[in-house]
Design a binder for this molecule. Structure first.
Ligand code: MRU
Length: 350
């Protein structure tokens, strides 16, 4: 059966609320949140109830439609001021994934290209734009999964880091999309999922999604990747991305660059998979990508019955790192596989 959307980000029946699957509660609890205010939406992104670069973009599109319905509609000027302020506020929730600002800009452009339209007339246009962002992501993820699967042979093992599956996108996902598509076609593939400290997206989300899809998945701690590679159990590394700079430097979940360094050492091809909406040609290199810093409590005490570190110990908790383009074998978008030199192959995408 073809991979379904998990119904993890959608409008409520009457269209006045944004409904999301709370990813913080997975895999044990399947709980949905109904969001209507910009504070609730900001917190949902900030606390990772919704996460994964493309899913955050889809969320942002529908969020702006829901918020627009609650804004003053008498005067266009007042509506527009509120709309742009709400967009800026949501944009400040997480800095690294470009898909958030990309989707918000698309929603604001609806206002730009209809300068005379009154707010009531803008609402259906905003809803259609949000739906287009979702529909395009489904098509992009399906194509990315096909391109990735074309690299794999039956029996191959793939190591992945963090979660770039259906709930991080719209359908199939990016990095694990080829594995899910392969399973649908009866192809025997093996996945190794890094648990992904400190928030355990690999343990909680990737291994859950792959198990559900019938993929042979083995969960490992992050510090076991070297042994898995040395044992010859993986032929590829597939990871997602939060922002790809013009030179191919790629921001993704903290720990990704370490996987790339190991893959280089063991001669294992390392691929980045993501929709073209994650490529940011305005960002020349990885040095210009802002890396989100998160609360040290995520390292000190979260997930434990008791804190596992001395209270107040200094922590450094970057959410992402940048993998140097020299470590990347290819960047797979919906349009195919970009090869080095990425400055040229990425520019040719647009
Ligand atoms: O902090 P997160 O869980 O949002 O980080 C997610 C990742 O790093 C993913 O690999 C990336 O967003 C790509 S999702 C298709």
């Amino acid at each position: 059966m073809p991979c379904q959307t998990v119904d993890h980000v959608r409008l409520s029946e009457d269209g006045t609320a944004l409904v999301i699957l709370d990813q913080r509660r997975l895999p044990l609890h399947r709980e949905y949140l109904y969001l209507q205010t910009q504070e609730e939406m900001y917190q949902a992104i900030r606390t990772l109830a919704i996460r994964g670069a493309p899913a955050i973009g889809i969320f942002a599109g529908f969020a702006m439609y829901v918020l627009a319905q609650r804004m003053p509609r008498e005067k266009r000027g007042e509506f527009e001021r509120c709309f742009r302020a709400a967009s800026a506020y949501l944009n400040s929730s997480r800095p690294t994934a470009v898909n958030l600002s990309w989707a918000l800009r698309r929603m604001e452009r609806v206002l730009d290209i209809h300068p005379e339209a009154d707010p009531a007339a803008l609402l259906p246009l905003l809803r259609a734009e949000a739906q287009a962002i979702l529909d395009e992501d489904i098509a992009m993820c399906t194509a990315i999964s096909e391109h990735g699967l074309a690299l794999l042979r039956p029996g191959d093992g793939v190591l992945t880091h963090c979660n770039a599956g259906p709930i991080a996108t719209s359908r199939y996902g990016t990095a694990i999309g080829p594995l899910i598509l392969g399973a649908e076609r009866g192809m025997a593939l093996r996945a190794f999922a890094d648990e992904t400290r400190p928030l355990l997206q690999g343990a909680r989300l990737t291994s859950w999604e792959l198990q559900n899809a019938g993929v042979d998945v083995t969960l490992i701690c992050d510090n076991m990747a070297s042994s898995v590679m040395k044992n010859g159990w993986v032929q590829f590394c597939f990871v997602g991305c939060d922002r790809v700079a013009a030179n191919g430097d790629t921001a993704n979940k903290i720990g990704t660059s370490g996987v790339a360094v190991l893959a280089k050492h063991y001669g294992i091809p390392f691929y980045v998979l993501g929709p073209s909406s994650t490529v940011d040609l305005a960002c020349p290199t990885g040095a210009e990508i802002e890396i989100e810093l998160r609360d040290g409590e995520e390292i000190r005490s979260m997930w434990y019955a008791e804190p596992m570190a001395p209270a107040g110990v200094k922590c450094w908790n970057p959410s992402f790192d940048v993998t140097d383009h020299s470590l990347i074998s290819g960047i797979i978008t919906e349009k195919g596989i970009c090869r080095p030199p990425f400055t040229e192959s990425l520019r040719a995408l647009f």
